[in-house]
Design a protein around this ligand. Sequence first.
Ligand code: IPE
Ligand code: IPE
Ligand code: MG
Length: 260
Amino acid sequence: MSTHQSSTETIPAVGAVPRHVAVIMDGNGRWAKRRFLPRVAGHHRGVETVRTLVRACIERGVQYLTLFAFSSENWRRPPEEVGVLTQLLRTALTDEVQRLHRNGIRLRVVGDLAAFGPALVADIDRAHALTQDNDRLTLTVAANYGGRWDILHAANALALAQPERAGSWTEAELAPFLAMHYAPEPDLFIRTGGEQRISNFLLWQLAYTELYFTEVVWPDFNEVEFDRAIESYQRRERRFGRTSEQLKASAPASAPPACC
Ligand code: IPE
Ligand code: IPE
Ligand code: MG
């Protein structure tokens, strides 16, 4: 299936393991507060969870992992905290990128990146170039990312590219201009930290993603918690607007019978 085709039009092959997992890593501040530590201690600790999850995805055969690291709304936080979050991104792009490369991971950073300044943008370009041919896992970090920004940016780019078709653009024509055009839409969305909202993450791409919310805060999230999320995903029936009966009727002949 083309990655440009909407999952609302075509039912993607549903595997036991989600092909693409997208995560809102929330609860770092609360983790720190409970321990009477500064909020930024939670962000530092959260980096450990990222390493754990990357390893877990590779071991389980997940092909795309997308992490929300900094939203377009997070600039509203105190400047010291914004500074630490930006510094963590810089460290990941410089110190960690060799390790990612050695492990066969393709790194992509998506968002309105110019706001981070030319030095960081150059680091991102270098990390993209170094890891672009790796195919064990595509790790996407969303930074200064907002779902509304993404859709608007894509619409503006399409307007410039195909002005003569204004009024007739299709989903398939818009999709290549979205920030994550290289990936299938997420199968499983996980939000840690107890909040049950999307917070302007992948608004377009999450149209038919299975949503999983957990009270566990991000620094405490681990492989056991990840497997819980995957088990929850495996119990879902992804219908994409169809009925349950339609899905069973179109199941491949080799599939075991639904009953008996
Ligand atoms: C998520 O943890 C990390 C980022 C937003 C970058 P928070 O910092 O939002 O933690 P809480 O929600 O305040 O506990
Ligand atoms: C969402 O978390 C953004 C990231 C994890 C990067 P927030 O903590 O910023 O979300 P809200 O403000 O509680 O919705
Ligand atoms: Mg939060």
